[in-house]
Design a protein around this ligand. Structure first.
Ligand code: UD1
Ligand code: CA
Length: 458
């Protein structure tokens, strides 16, 4: 059976990143570089996907999980040596094998498909994906003869001045006849400037055997860019962000300033939602239709339903139902579940708590470890005192309760529906339905006292 396989190279350390983190695990738009590559490879329907790991092998496995097979390259002796590690898994198969680096995160499944098709049409043994780089420094150059036929790839460090002037670069992606690839890999050596076994030398080997080599030149250099350092990472992030934002705008989302709007690749947004500048939508966040996400809000791994307004607030691992609103300057910490038509005003912090439909928490309030019913009014400066220094405790508040301003609710505590707490009360005993609780010292007035003050005025 003819198979279609991909080998992803991800064993290098990435010295040029100057990082504790291995290169392919650096992130852009919410995903590691190697995850972006794998995601696009998956879309192109492979029989086998093999990832070559070495430096940070465990971390790469943790990141990609069971979506790919793995082989280990113990020593990083070069890209050719890296591919050879997959011989045990793929060596005997008929068909074609694509090789792609884990550090070219912008390449798309469409480009991979085009490359496979080109390879097939040209009846080639190897097809190189190339592009025209404005600045080719650092890349391998495509050397063609007078007839325009590819002769070889030469690395920057091995290139003559003449070769360095070539702008057509090797993107690091190739499709090979599978068996020809592994046979040729046994014939390359490491006599070059870096003392490495270069995958690129396979081209010369096949060429010398009289095989057909093709080169598919893609139009968009940006898509092919390799990320070797942080400058390139920032550039790739910008390109990917522009791509993501353009798609959302085409799908009916308004962005006031798309260049200052930061949305991770897996975020979903409904039509007619408006997003102001400086917003960051991260991870698995989903935003519904007709929402307004105000300037500088950050929403991580959360679900926001329809017609929700978020004004300059931070939302983490939480959910907001239809027509609720929050902010400015409020914070939903993990486990906040906000019901329909709930109003959360400014400087409100909610953690591990559910708030029922129509309830209002207007100002300067902390709600932690609590269940609030419907249509409750929480006054200004209320504190759900949930922590005794050792443990967290829970508070429940029934529907239609009224909690006066500056109340302290000491958990564990049950406050029945239709009850009333007077402002300034510190409450630590249950309150029954229709009761009012007041727990503050009584006011005393001293008649005429003002006149005894040394600074009194008439
Ligand atoms: C490589 C190509 C170059 C091309 C460029 C495109 C070679 C010799 N050069 O250069 O022609 O223009 O990519 O971006 O192939 N890796 C391993 N094991 C190793 C060495 C590298 O797994 O022993 C992996 C790295 O993790 C990386 C990929 O292979 O994901 C490419 O290696 P890198 O060192 O970045 O190669 P470049 O110098 O960019
Ligand atoms: Ca590279």
């Amino acid at each position: 059976m003819a198979t279609k396989n991909t080998i992803i190279l991800a064993a290098g350390k990435g010295t040029r990143m100057k990082s504790k983190l291995y290169k392919v695990l650096h992130r852009l738009c919410g995903k590691t570089m190697v995850d972006h590559v794998l995601t696009q490879v998956e879309k192109a329907n492979m029989t086998n996907i093999v990832t070559v790991v070495g430096y940070g092998a465990e971390a790469v496995r943790d990141n990609l999980g069971g979506r790919t097979q793995y082989v280990v390259q113990e020593k990083q002796l070069g890209t050719g040596h890296a591919v050879l590690q997959a011989e045990g898994l793929l060596g005997n198969l008929d068909g074609v094998t694509m090789v792609v680096s884990g550090d070219t995160p912008l390449l798309t499944a469409q480009t991979f498909e085009n490359l496979f098709t080109y390879h097939e049409n040209k009846k080639a043994k190897a097809t190189i994906l190339t592009s025209e780089a404005p600045d080719p420094t650092g890349y391998g150059r495509i050397v063609r003869n007078d007839l325009g036929i590819v002769e070889k790839i030469v690395e920057q460090k091995d290139a003559t001045t003449e070769e360095q002037a070539i702008h057509e670069i090797n993107t690091g992606v190739y499709v090979f006849d599978n068996q020809a690839l592994f046979e040729a890999l046994h014939k390359i050596n490491n006599n070059n400037a870096q003392g490495e076994y270069y995958l690129t030398d396979v081209i010369e080997v096949l060429k010398s055997q009289g095989e057909t080599i093709a080169a598919y030149r893609m139009d968009d250099y940006d898509e092919s860019m390799g990320v070797n350092d942080r400058v390139a990472l920032a550039r790739a992030t910008k390109i990917m962000q522009a791509r993501i934002n353009r798609q959302h705008m085409q799908d009916g989302i308004s962005m006031i300033d798309p260049e200052r709007t930061y949305i991770d690749v897996d975020v979903k947004i409904g039509a007619d939602t408006v997003i102001e500048p400086g917003v960051q939508l991260k991870g698995t966040t989903t935003i519904g239709n007709d929402c307004y996400i105000g300037a500088n809000s950050e929403i991580r791994n959360s679900t926001i339903h329809d017609h929700v307004t978020v004004t300059s607030s931070l939302i983490q691992d939480s959910e907001m139902l239809d027509y609720s609103d929050i902010g400015p300057n409020s914070h939903l910490r993990p486990g906040a579940h906000i019901g329909k038509h709930v109003h959360l005003g400014n400087f409100v912090e909610v953690k591990k708590a559910s708030i029922g439909e129509g309830t209002k928490v207007g100002h300067l309030t902390y709600v932690g470890n609590a269940k609030l019913g419907k249509n409750i009014n929480v006054g200004c400066g209320v504190i759900f005192v949930n922590y005794d220094g050792a443990k967290k405790h829970e508070t429940t508040v029934g529907d239609d309760a009224f909690i006066g301003s500056n109340a302290n609710l000491i958990a564990p505590l049950e406050i029945a529906d239709h009850s009333f707490i007077a402002a300034g009360s510190t409450i630590n005993r249950p309150i029954n339905k229709y009761d009012m609780a007041i727990a503050r010292s009584r006011q005393t007035n001293k008649p005429g006292y003002y006149k005894k003050l040394p600074y009194q005025k008439d």
